[in-house]
Write a protein that binds this ligand. Structure first.
Ligand code: E4P
Length: 309
């Protein structure tokens, strides 16, 4: 777990300035006690996974991506579109992130307009970078340019595939409504490439180190926090850095922690100041319960039988 002295206390101040996310339905009721709480989204393309969580009030948003839609059964563009529309309609007015799959600026902006037409609650998910990895002739900064163009059009955006805090800052400066740091993939990466002697760096930056040579050319954070007691997770630090930077400069772009692998990361993201957590449905279903809650409940029900006589 995070050590107590690693838990930042000041980040909460920033939420005071954020929009109320659970407004009262009418003026007569007392205002909601968790009106400015972080929001929980489901990270899935499956309407069957979304429904029970939405009905329980656990989630008030959804994030999808091509991988999640494929996993949920989309085997054609037509099916993917139908599935996305169904989710958007169910969630309305809560946000649903739909990811762009085009790779050049004009096509991406046109695709964003089409996706946005599915409903007023659509958020356009824009890959922040990686374009030149697909084709060296593509502009690596396409994502940032598209984010800015959509900001100019008042279209909400989610800058995805964020792996360090400066990418997050660039996306915020491009006008992103949300940034999505992938903490689980950072944790996976660090688990595979653990080299304890390099205890420097913060979120996942790549640079040449003092040893030189390609194999040793990465510098990363190895200050581990928990993953069910195992020493394999420091992705949470990425969330912490971005939350602190945004707090330092009053940036209103929301930190949407993504790519969860386990229950502990959920609690730690909340401790670190994430504004929104998008979590796979199986984890959300699981953490609503606790064995001691079940045990306690059984005892209450058993003891209450004494009043039946
Ligand atoms: C975020 O919005 C992404 O859909 C997601 O969290 C990616 O997670 P993964 O690393 O499990 O694919």
């Amino acid at each position: 777990m995070l050590r107590p002295d690693e838990i930042p206390a000041h980040i909460g101040i920033r939420r005071e300035e954020m929009e109320v996310t659970i407004p009262s339905a009418d003026g007569k009721r007392i205002s909601h006690p968790a009106g400015k709480s972080p929001r929980i989204f489901a990270d899935t393309g499956s309407i069957d996974e979304i429904k029970p969580l939405f009905e329980a009030g656990i989630i008030n948003g959804v994030t999808t991506n091509p991988t999640l839609l494929k996993r949920a059964g989309a085997d054609s563009l037509a099916t993917a579109k139908r599935m996305m529309k169904e989710i958007v309609e169910l969630l309305d007015p809560y946000p649903v992130s739909l990811e762009l799959t085009e790779l050049t600026k004009d096509k991406m902006i046109a695709q964003a307009a089409e996706l946005a037409s599915y409903g007023p609650n659509v958020v356009i998910k824009v890959p922040t970078g990686g374009y030149s990895a697909i084709d060296p002739s593509y502009d690596e900064h396409t994502g940032l340019k598209v984010l800015y163009a959509l900001w100019e059009k008042d279209i909400k955006t989610n800058a995805t595939l964020i792996f360090n805090s400066t990418q997050a800052l660039f996306a915020a400066r491009a006008g992103a409504t949300y940034v999505s740091p992938f903490l689980g993939r950072v944790a996976d990466y660090l688990y595979k490439h653990d080299e304890v002697e390099r205890e420097i760096g913060n979120s996942l930056y790549f640079m040449e180190d003092h040893k030189g040579g390609k194999e040793n050319s990465r510098v990363f954070n190895t200050s581990y926090v928990a993953s069910g007691g195992a020493r394999k997770d420091s992705g949470i630090r990425l969330i912490h850095e971005i939350a602190v930077i945004f707090a330092n400069y009053g940036i209103k772009t929301e930190v949407l922690a993504a790519s969860f692998r386990n229950d502990v990361q959920v609690a730690e993201s909340l401790l670190c100041g994430a504004d929104i957590l998008t979590v796979p449905a199986p984890i959300l279903m699981r953490i609503a319960s606790h064995p001691l809650t079940s045990e306690g409940m059984k005892a209450f029900v058993e003891d209450s039988k004494a009043f039946d006589k």
